[in-house]
Design a protein around this ligand. Structure first.
Ligand code: ADP
Ligand code: MG
Length: 238
């Protein structure tokens, strides 16, 4: 079976005054369907930039990226956006929900963009909320939910479309340890369901909940640990 995604020597730099910062530098990795991978490393090591490249939010300056066998660089901006909406569910550190929409309506949003008819939307949004343990919170406003519950709504919204890839950037970074543990258990459950998850974190105990850990340092892969040994091809020379 072809890998879900593969990068070959992708790099991304940002101008910074007179110089440039190589946020991601020659990263090659391969991720298969059903893996739960943590990308770890200190602040500034390039984790978010790498995740944004994988999530089609940024374009690499060089290197190749293919998702589901499709060379992403060849796609038009519209096609990239469509692929992103259909294939990827995002979870960020701070749960961002529409304040004037209920939990259920927030979860329904990606289905509206995808053109799913109203009757099916409701059913699927309810199922997704049920999956994250919030079946009885559908009609609450975001402001009536705790931080952990809001993050669960975000996770429901990220999975409602049945994306092939879930990307999470420090998803527990703003939560206390007990709530953080609940969210990580939820990720473990989604992984057992067969979903593919890539989670960025600077915290070792959070990264250890994943099946495989990729450590970044100065935008490069420093090491790959865990049960899936084939994530990283060699770290590419410039
Ligand atoms: P991490 O998520 O590991 O903390 P980032 O990917 O956010 O690291 O950042 C890696 C490096 O790239 C940092 O030095 C950061 O300041 C720089 N960087 C990231 N995004 C931008 C940007 N949009 N513009 C300029 N510099 C950036
Ligand atoms: Mg970051």
């Amino acid at each position: 079976m072809q890998p879900l995604l593969q990068t070959v020597g992708i790099s991304k730099s940002y101008p910074s005054g007179e110089t440039i910062i190589r946020a991601v530098s020659g990263v090659s990795l391969l991720i298969n369907h059903g893996e739960f991978v943590a990308i770890r490393g200190r602040s500034g090591s390039g984790k978010s930039t790498l995740l944004n490249l994988l999530g089609l939010l940024e374009r690499p300056d060089s290197g190749e990226y293919s998702l589901q066998g499709q060379a992403v660089a060849e796609l038009s901006e519209d096609k990239r956006a469509a692929l992103r909406r259909q294939a990827i569910g995002f979870i960020f550190q701070l749960p961002v929900l529409l304040p004037r929409a209920t939990a259920l309506e927030n979860v329904e949003l990606p289905l509206i963009y995808a053109g799913v008819p109203r009757s099916k939307r409701r059913r699927r949004a309810k199922d997704a909320l049920d999956r994250v343990g919030l079946a009885n919170r559908g009609h609450h406003w975001p402001s009536q939910l705790s931080g952990g519950e809001q993050q669960r709504v975000v996770i429901a919204r990220a999975i409602v479309n049945d994306p092939v890839l879930i990307l999470a950037d420090e998803p527990t970074g703003a939560l206390d340890s007990r709530t953080s543990d609940e969210i990580l258990s939820l990720f473990e459950g989604l992984h057992r369901d067969g979903r593919t998850i890539i989670m960025v974190t600077h915290a070792t105990n959070v990264a250890d909940r994943a099946q495989c850990q990729i450590t970044l340092h100065d935008g490069r892969i420093l090491k790959v640990e865990g049960t899936s040994a084939q994530n990283s091809l060699a770290d590419f020379p410039e």
